[in-house]
Design a protein around this ligand. Structure first.
Ligand code: UT7
Length: 325
């Protein structure tokens, strides 16, 4: 029996030119390179230039993904952008990308699931493709988290950075088992009771300002390890594979210690978890596609490999996707 599978045809990424090192941050707040590296694994992050917007980053990643996929903008039916830092409260970044790609057809919208945004958007895109409402989807995770930071709060401003990653997905076919190429399954979760552990203290209908990111890091850390471990196990189980069979875990990049603890809990080799955290810190919805692009660019991820994408963020939201690359 043949079924519809969302194949991922190509991937692209973009990081802004400006690099902010731990040493430079230590000149702004009471911190040190040693503390940041030891507690998080982050060494540097990229920061968007003045005037450079989320859609500017998203567009560059989109061009790279379209080129890699050998797909032209005119073939796209749907653009889904995962972001928590849109250029404006409305319209969606996706519609800006649509016009900047010169598209005159199709549809676009943004998804707000904070750091889990890319996994949520992947799930939405996969379902649009599977139900036949879209054939070719451009999926982007893009963020300018630097604009949401309280640069006086050393507990949060050291963690985040700016960037964008994108993939092109297209309807293909499969047999309905884990040997198929493409998206094999997605698991999404949220628990709104945990709002106060990670949120932004502003918004259009409350303060009429953008607000700043607030986080109780230690609490978020504990939930992150438990939730992502469970999501990975459930995605593997639903896909009919064991965790051992996963070639690469491509995770949200929040903290190297979260990745190490997750590997330990799963009994999974840490060297098979793609970590880019040292280079760009936590880029929220952009971090999974940035890690994916890095793993492909350096030759670790090869066509046919079984990938597990996972993320966890404000809301709380978390989720995982099993993908045969
Ligand atoms: O993307 C969404 C998901 N986000 C996450 O998953 C983030 C999860 N949380 C974390 O990554 C970690 O909890 C942090 C990196 C945020 C913090 O690390 P921690 O080991 O949990 O540190 P802590 O908050 O328990 O703080 C330990 C100490 C405190 O000092 P005292 O009270 O022991 O004197 C903090 O004030 O470290 C201090 N501290 C710092 N010191 C130097 C906090 N931030 C810094 C800093 N530099 N930047």
């Amino acid at each position: 029996m043949s079924i519809v599978r969302s194949h991922i045809l190509g991937c692209g990424a973009y990081l802004p030119d400006t690099v902010l090192s731990n040493a430079e941050l230590a000149r702004r707040v009471d911190t040190s390179d040693e503390w940041i590296v030891e507690r998080t694994g982050i060494r540097r992050r990229h920061i968007a230039a003045d005037g450079q917007t989320t859609s500017d980053l998203a567009l560059k990643a989109a061009h790279a993904a379209l080129e890699d996929a050998k797909v032209s903008a005119s073939e796209i039916d749907l653009i889904v952008v995962a972001t928590t830092t849109p250029d404006e409260t409305f319209p969606a970044v996706a519609t800006k990308i649509q016009s900047r790609l010169g598209m005159t057809r199709g549809a676009g919208f943004d998804i707000q699931a904070v750091c889990t945004g890319f996994v949520y958007a992947l799930s939405v895109a996969d379902n649009f493709i599977k139900c036949g409402q879209a054939k070719t989807v451009l999926l982007i995770g893009a963020e300018t988290m630097s604009r949401l930071l309280d640069w006086k709060d050393r507990a949060t401003c050291i963690l985040f950075g700016d960037g964008a990653g994108a993939v092109v997905m297209q309807a293909g076919s499969g047999h309905g088992d884990a040997r198929d190429r493409g998206v094999l399954g997605t698991q999404l979760y949220s628990d709104g009771r945990l709002h106060d552990l990670l949120y932004v203290d502003g918004g259009p209908s409350t303060t009429q300002t953008t607000g700043k990111l607030r986080m109780l890091g230690k609490e978020v850390f504990k939930h992150a390890v438990v939730n992502t471990t469970n999501a990975i196990r459930e995605a593997a189980r639903a896909g009919g594979v064991t965790v051992d069979e996963i070639d690469w875990i491509v995770p949200h990049q929040a903290n190297q210690r979260i990745l190490d603890s997750t590997a330990h809990k799963l009994g999974y080799p840490p060297e098979r978890i793609i970590s880019t955290i040292a280079e760009h810190g936590n880029t929220s919805a952009a971090s999974v596609p940035l890690a994916l692009a890095a793993g492909i660019a350096d030759g670790r991820i090869k066509r046919g490999d079984l990938l597990l994408l996972e993320a966890m963020g404000g809301g709380f939201t978390w989720g995982a996707a099993l993908v045969r690359w």
